[in-house]
Ligand binder design. Structure first.
Ligand SMILES: C[S@@+](CC[C@H](N)C(=O)[O-])C[C@H]1O[C@@H](n2cnc3c(N)ncnc32)[C@H](O)[C@@H]1O
Length: 243
């Protein structure tokens, strides 16, 4: 049996996706509120920065993976009109339903697909842009998912991976205190779910750092990879070009 990690726990590989699903089933109704509270609104700025770097143009085909409640899809959709499309996807139906309802409330109707980023149901070379925000960390086989992202992109297409990363050393102590003392309590008070927010803090620590992830994106077939550190490395945006 192959083992992997779920936060700081070692679990059977076949068990990880089920546990991740339980986390997002639990947090879905309060996900957006918690994002604003936990990051003091910063997640909006990180996502806006990713959209600016994506530089979406009319006519582009965009795939948003692990799209959840739809922040990126919502920002990208008007920018690819006329003639473009944003496909909003996630492995978790509860998260995707929250996202779809929210998009509809904004008058935005997009194709919504429940799918696993590790096995994408799309043709080779179909998309100009693939985005994944705060999703890669939760995937069991990250290398496989990155290869799938490469496969569905056209040559010259762009991948954007926005994800928590490794913070600059002077901030580490304060960040650890916040992550392991404040976050789980916030999760308990607001979402009645301490464990999911402990998982969040732990999964960030287990996620590859900036340079390791850069190497993984390259290994998946992206000839050029840029890394943008945001908020002293709390978050990093990896931009890969399929060559
Ligand atoms: C932290 S949320 C991010 C949602 C949204 N992208 C955002 O930035 O607010 C992570 C999402 O990744 C999804 N996810 C986890 N594993 C996945 C997989 N293998 N394929 C697709 N989505 C996955 C979860 O269901 C969840 O909705």
């Amino acid at each position: 049996m192959t083992q992997t990690h779920f936060g700081f726990q070692t679990v059977d590989e076949r068990d990880k996706a089920r546990r991740v699903r339980a986390v997002f089933d639990s947090v879905a109704p309060r996900y957006d509120l918690m994002n604003d509270l936990m990051s003091a609104g910063l997640h909006r700025w990180w996502k806006a920065y990713a959209v600016m770097v994506a530089n979406p143009q009319p006519g582009l085909r965009v795939l948003d993976l692990a799209g959840g409640t739809g922040d990126l899809a919502l920002a990208l959709a008007p920018k690819v009109q006329p003639g473009g499309i944003v496909v909003h996807t996630d492995i978790n139906e509860t998260m995707l339903r929250e996202g779809r309802d929210r998009l509809l409330d904004h008058g935005v109707v997009l194709p919504t697909v429940v799918c696993d980023a590790e096995r994408l149901p799309f043709a080779d070379g179909y998309f100009d842009l693939v985005t994944v925000a705060f999703g890669l960390r939760n995937m069991t086989h990250k290398e496989l998912a990155l290869r799938e992202m490469n496969r569905v992109l056209k040559v010259g297409g762009k991948l954007l991976v926005l994800e928590f990363s490794h913070v600059a050393p002077p901030l580490q102590k304060a960040y650890d205190w916040y992550s392991f003392h404040v976050l789980p309590r916030l999760g308990r008070w607001v979402a009645n779910d301490e464990a999911s927010y402990r998982y969040l803090a732990e999964s960030i620590r287990m996620h590859p750092d900036q340079e390791t992830l850069r190497a993984m994106v390259r290994e998946a077939g992206f000839g050029h990879v840029d890394v943008h550190n945001l908020t002293a490395g709390v978050v990093a945006l990896h931009v890969g070009i399929k060559t």
